[in-house]
Design a binder for this molecule. Structure first.
Ligand code: ADP
Length: 402
């Protein structure tokens, strides 16, 4: 009998399913794909069998729901000889956004676990329902296989109470489970460990500030491999300026919008989550476009960039204070991995913290983890491509192999 070494990683969003099939003997990707616009008449499905170097197959047409999406994924994998019925498939790993305080590690899903993930829907209304649907559908396809939930919040459950609590009435906070949970934890875990490896050190010996700058963005302070603070809170709205989210604001902005502007809670929710951040400031949320506009002298793009960078600097400074000693600052995700202007501006003027960027190294484009600080810098500045799917697959594989 063949050893089961394959892990299917599923990331189920409200209208999409992203997946990767990995072989954990060498952590190689056998196939990757994405089903988008589920539930719409024009869904789109792309599937790439990487193990054969095969070409991407694109399918258009309606995919009614997540069950249909997963069945289509199963069909495409089967067409490549990688069917879900294969004895080589060891487990299915599911990204679950909110694990509350209970889930501090990857967890094999049973009815009680599903119930708890459901109980967290009020604090993650946009994400957990889709994650639950993904798990249920996968269970129906392979009821005998371990379905493992890997939580975005898990890496942050080590935050001390004084970092996790808001300074609001304790009884009210506890009654409604209001506290800072943090998100992007899988990425922060992977990148902080990878940064330690880049420095040739064990994670336990390194303090890292991780800046995950994608469309959503968050910073974390990681001391000796353990998260001690992070910028996202009860929801992913808090912290850095993001593509469409405001990040930190005075909470009284909300009262003001309600009382003075007459907006409903739902309208304010949409404003702060979908129409704010870079898009709200200048109409664009793609950093490439913003930098291009700045080069043309566009003032609103310039101001949006400056606000984005100011917030980043404040978090770098705050986390340097939290950590006491910083060995590295690591940039990751779409903006962090690709935008040399953001990295340069975020670190500019932070010489007092021992931070500097070498312009030549910063300009290099590469998929590899790399240092961009000058030689002999007191603090390393690194670009570390994140790999949440690999991290999920590794955690799942470790769990099912005991
Ligand atoms: P998410 O996973 O949160 O959707 P990503 O990590 O993929 O986001 O990041 C997407 C963002 O990365 C884009 O909105 C864009 O601003 C930025 N980005 C992607 N490529 C580049 C690039 N070459 N230069 C600058 N920014 C980039």
């Amino acid at each position: 009998m063949t050893a089961a070494t394959r892990i299917l990683v599923l990331n189920s969003g409200s209208s999409s399913v992203k997946y990767q099939l990995l072989d954990m003997t060498d952590a190689s990707r056998l196939a990757v794909g994405l089903v988008e616009r589920i539930g719409e008449p024009a869904s789109r499905f792309t599937h790439t069998p990487l193990f054969t170097g095969g070409e991407t197959r694109v399918r258009a047409g309606a995919v009614a729901d997540h069950a249909a999406a997963l069945e289509a994924v199963a069909d495409e994998l089967a067409a490549d000889g990688l069917g879900l019925d294969s004895p080589e498939l060891a487990a299915i790993g599911h990204r679950v956004v909110h694990g509350g305080l209970m889930f501090t590690a990857p967890t094999v899903v049973d009815d009680a676990v599903l119930k708890e993930i459901e109980r967290l829907v009020p604090v993650a209304p946009l994400h957990n329902p889709a994650n639950i649907t993904g798990i249920r559908t996968a269970q129906q396809l392979r009821p005998d296989l371990p379905q493992v939930a890997v939580f975005d919040t898990a890496f942050h459950t080590t935050m001390p109470e004084y970092a996790a609590r808001y300074a609001i009435d304790v009884e009210t906070a506890d009654a409604h489970r209001i506290r800072r949970y943090g998100f992007h934890g899988t990425s922060h875990a992977y990148v902080s460990r990878r940064t330690a490896a880049l420095l040739g050190k064990a994670p336990a010996d390194v303090n890292v500030i991780v800046l995950h700058l994608g469309n959503g963005a968050s910073a974390s302070a990681v001391a000796g491999g353990v998260c001690v603070d992070t910028s996202m809170g009860l929801t992913p709205l808090e912290g850095l300026v993001m593509g469409t989210r405001s990040g930190d604001t005075d909470p009284a902005v909300i009262f003001h919008l309600s009382r003075v502007a007459g907006m409903s809670v739902d309208e304010i929710d949409v404003l702060l989550n979908k129409k704010s951040g870079l898009v709200g400031l200048c109409g664009d949320n793609d950093m490439r476009e913003i930098v291009r506009r700045i080069d043309e002298g566009d003032e609103s793009a310039g101001l949006a960039f400056a606000i984005y960078v100011q917030r980043l600097k404040k978090y770098i400074g705050a986390y340097a204070a939290v950590l006491g000693r910083v060995d590295a600052v690591a940039f990751t995700a779409g903006v962090g991995e690709n935008s040399a202007p953001v990295r340069e501006a975020a670190v500019a003027g932070l010489e007092l913290l021992g931070l500097a960027v070498d312009p030549g190294l910063n300009a290099v484009r590469s998929d590899e983890a790399r240092l961009i600080s000058p030689a002999h810098s007191r603090v390393a500045v690194a670009v570390v491509p994140t790999d949440e799917e690999l991290e999920i697959a590794q955690q799942v594989y470790a769990l099912v192999n005991g």
